[in-house]
Write a protein that binds this ligand. Structure first.
Ligand code: ADP
Ligand code: ZN
Ligand code: ZN
Length: 748
């Protein structure tokens, strides 16, 4: 009887979850997660090993082909990640192959892992005094080179010829005579390599922090003892010292010989946040990997490699960092757990916070979700006993939460003669006072550009994007109308394209316009604008925030980029220019988002000795989101909003699935969805409700027409499995794309 090792291999690009079985040649080291080359019909292909086992091959009845070789030196995915991939694939209705691919950074997905190499000079012989002496006089540099190599073993070629001044001909001579060899070695690009970090010592925790930390430790202890633990939701007001708790929890995790992942929303992964981690762990700087979107593909890959090689044991990163291949995971922290950016809006459409909980469950590690404005999903999980709750209601040193004043802009509008009122009298006065005292100000407006759109008062023409069903935003610096959906741009017309009127006007305002006005009003003040337009260059955001911190800037004006994770003790005034942006969009989460944003932005004020003030400008001052935020009343807001959600059976009381069809042909997109709808209607159990096929709120985007069906059920898994069943053998025309989004966050 022959017992042989076989593997199941998932071929790259496979759309079904089918995997093929191969023999493992004797002596070849293969594990699950390895990338391998295999024969497939009459070609060869690359794939990932999903199963490795030993079986009797004698009575198999058919011959198995052997795999041709391994592509990666070591497995790219840990066993834990393989199980996670299966979970994601079945929950989010995504082929497992595409899930696995999205877990790997691009340069590692191909035939060969692309890694950066550099030339190194190595000593090829054992040096004796005789050899050294043979280089004298004019050959002094030859000798120096050999001595350096003897001390260091090897040396980067550029360093030898640069810093040490060894000439190329000298090096060549040494090489020809067999004293040294020049080799290619893998080096890693460390984006923060040159920056020196001053170590920051752990702070003495206050009582609230102590209790939270103990709770995390207790969780770790229970897990250690083989028990199951619940995720912990840390509800801590802005400035209550959550980050310090994370830092100390991570420290303990590392000391216990385990690894930690910290998820931070992309937008909050500012240089300031990254620095706090780098400083605390300055001594073990190389064990910290930071993954953010500003890294080049190569840098990102190198950071990931450090984790795979188990050199880095702390990973801080946005959404996809949850897939870091850490072997022995001891803690997952999800900061600002309520952030919608944890949801990926392309396939696989996973929610990283939820994945963190699943991974913690699969790998037996505590999960800590933190926020000053917990998501209603998590809050409801606390109420139903799925999560444990721990709270920090006080700011550090008992600083007061800022006073929030709500300004009714309808009254302000009446005062002004022309154009939109951007600064209310109240805000303007408050700004003058703060500036006079040398204190700093943050102004927030979640809309970039100069004017929201341009229109013709004569005939009603509005400049729309020709590729999307949306208006174009005027950007004055570039002098272009730009579509914020697809990026299409065109010159602004000087007269109306419809009626040729010259009286075309700018409507609404964005950060670019506000900046212009601020410069006119506060001529003395130093003003900086932070949005994706002004912060394109690498390092620009870091420089601006540093300048603000060192008080070289008086007023910082910005979009969501400045809403989170920033801590400036000298900021005493925060102005929210238009709290209504985002409130009146057709989305049941609009109110929750507005509450969160107001609370978070307001939380930037008064984080030092000085008391803070927040001025909120709005046209709907009585809206519950604004009123609850004004009173810093998360509990009140949650109770109110959950009651509404329950009444309409909205999430978190139900789960949604959004099915969208897209095509450049309007009728085809619509027809395909109608067919699908009929089929769903026939086959779904009564418990699952579904809407008619309707045009998406953004009916055209990137030239594609979009139609949608929304399904609702009380169980997400049930919903997914029913949809899978119905869609199983349904095909659509090539030019129609149908996507399914389980637990969608954007309904547009
Ligand atoms: P959060 O993340 O909850 O908004 P931070 O962790 O940013 O709050 O803490 C706010 C400020 O308080 C930071 O400057 C931090 O260094 C400081 N801080 C946190 N914990 C303590 C402590 N125990 N003692 C003194 N200062 C602290
Ligand atoms: Zn006109
Ligand atoms: Zn467009």
């Amino acid at each position: 009887m022959a017992r042989e090792r076989i593997v199941k291999v998932l071929i790259d690009g496979a759309t079904s979850d089918l995997s093929f079985t191969y023999l493992v040649p004797a002596g070849l080291r293969v594990e699950t997660g390895h990338r391998v080359r295999v024969p497939l019909r009459n070609r060869s292909a690359i794939g990932t090993v999903t199963v490795l086992e030993e079986i009797e091959t004698d009575n198999l009845g058919y011959p198995l082909k052997p795999i041709l070789g391994v592509v990666s030196e070591d497995p790219f995915l840990t066993a834990g990640l393989m199980r996670l991939a299966e979970w994601i694939s079945s929950f989010y209705l995504t082929p497992i192959e595409s899930v696995i691919r999205s877990m790997l950074p691009k340069p590692s997905r191909g035939e060969e892992e692309k890694r950066k190499t550099a030339k190194f000079v190595e000593l090829a012989v054992a040096l004796s005094p005789e050899i050294l002496e043979s280089f004298s006089g004019r050959q002094k540099k030859h000798r120096e080179a050999l001595v350096i190599l003897q001390e260091q073993g090897s040396c980067p070629l550029t360093e030898l010829t640069g810093t040490h001044g060894v000439s190329r001909p000298a090096l060549k001579a040494l090489q020809e005579r067999g004293f040294v060899t020049i080799v290619d070695r893998i080096v890693s690009r460390d984006p923060l390599g040159e920056v020196e970090y001053l170590e920051s010592a752990p702070l003495v925790l206050n009582d609230e922090q102590r209790i939270v930390l103990d709770q995390v430790f207790e969780s770790s202890r229970l897990v250690e003892a083989g028990e199951k633990v619940k995720p912990i939701l840390l509800y801590g007001v802005t400035g209550s010292g959550k980050t310090e708790v994370y830092l100390q929890a991570i420290q303990r995790t590392i000391e216990a010989g385990k690894g930690a992942i910290v998820l931070v929303p992309e937008i909050a992964l500012t240089p300031q946040t990254a620095d706090r981690f780098k400083q605390r762990f300055a001594k073990i700087k190389d064990q910290v990997a930071i993954l953010h979107s500003n890294l080049s593909e190569g840098e990102r890959h190198d950071e990931w490699r450090k984790v795979l090689d188990q050199k880095a044991r702390i990973v801080i990163g946005a959404r996809s960092a949850i897939f870091s291949p850490i072997e022995n995971l001891g803690l997952i922290v999800v900061d600002e757990e309520h952030e919608n950016s944890y949801k990926q809006d392309t396939s696989p459409r996973y929610q990283a916070r939820d994945i963190a909980v699943v991974r913690g469950h699969l790998e037996g590690c505590p999960v800590l979700l933190g926020s000053a404005t917990p998501s209603l999903e998590s809050w409801n999980n606390v109420l139903s006993g799925k999560y444990d709750l721990t709270t920090m209601r006080l700011r550090i040193d008992n600083q007061k939460l800022p006073i929030i004043r709500v300004i009714d802009m309808r009254n302000e509008g009446k005062k002004s003669q022309s154009g939109p009122t951007i600064l209310s009298t109240r805000l303007r006065l408050a700004m003058e006072q703060r500036l006079a005292k040398g204190e700093q100000i943050i102004l927030f407006l979640n809309r970039r550009g100069f004017a929201r759109n341009i229109l013709c008062p004569e005939c009603g023409y509005v400049a729309n994007c020709r590729h999307c069903s949306t208006t174009m935003t005027l950007h004055r610096k570039e002098d272009r109308l730009i579509c914020h959906i697809c990026g299409f741009s065109q010159l602004p017309p000087s007269r109306c394209p419809e009626c040729s009127s010259r009286s075309i006007v700018n409507a609404g305002y964005g950060t670019e316009r506000v900046e212009e006005i601020l410069r006119q009003v506060f001529t003395e003040a130093r003003i900086s604008r932070v949005d994706t337009d002004s912060m394109r260059k690498k390092g620009e955001l870091r420089n601006t925030l540093n300048a603000f911190r060192s008080k070289k800037i008086d007023i910082l004006l910005g979009t969501r980029m400045i809403a989170k994770g920033l801590h400036f003790p000298n900021v005493t005034l925060v102005g929210i220019l238009n709290a209504d942006v985002g409130l009146y969009i057709p989305d049941f989460r609009a109110g929750e988002r507005t509450f969160q944003l107001l609370t978070q932005v307001a939380g930037r004020a008064g984080r030092g000795e000085l008391e803070g003030e927040v001025v909120v400008q709005t046209y709907t001052p009585h809206h519950p989101s604004i009123q609850f935020a004004r009173h810093h009343d998360f509990d009140g807001f949650a109770e109110y909003e959950l009651a509404m959600r329950r009444q309409f059976n909205h999430p978190p009381f139900s789960h949604l699935a959004l099915i969208t069809s897209r095509s450049v042909h309007q009728e085809r997109a619509e027809f395909s969805l109608k067919t699908l709808h009929a089929r769903l209607k026939r086959n779904l159990p009564a418990e699952i409700s579904l809407t008619d096929p309707l045009p998406s709120p953004l009916v055209k985007s990137h030239d594609q027409w979009r139609f949608q069906i929304v399904l609702k059920s009380n169980g997400a898994r049930r919903l997914a499995s029913h949809i899978r069943e119905v869609m199983k053998d349904l095909t659509f025309p090539d030019d129609v794309m149908v996507t399914i989004d389980i637990d969608p966050y954007s309904m547009s």
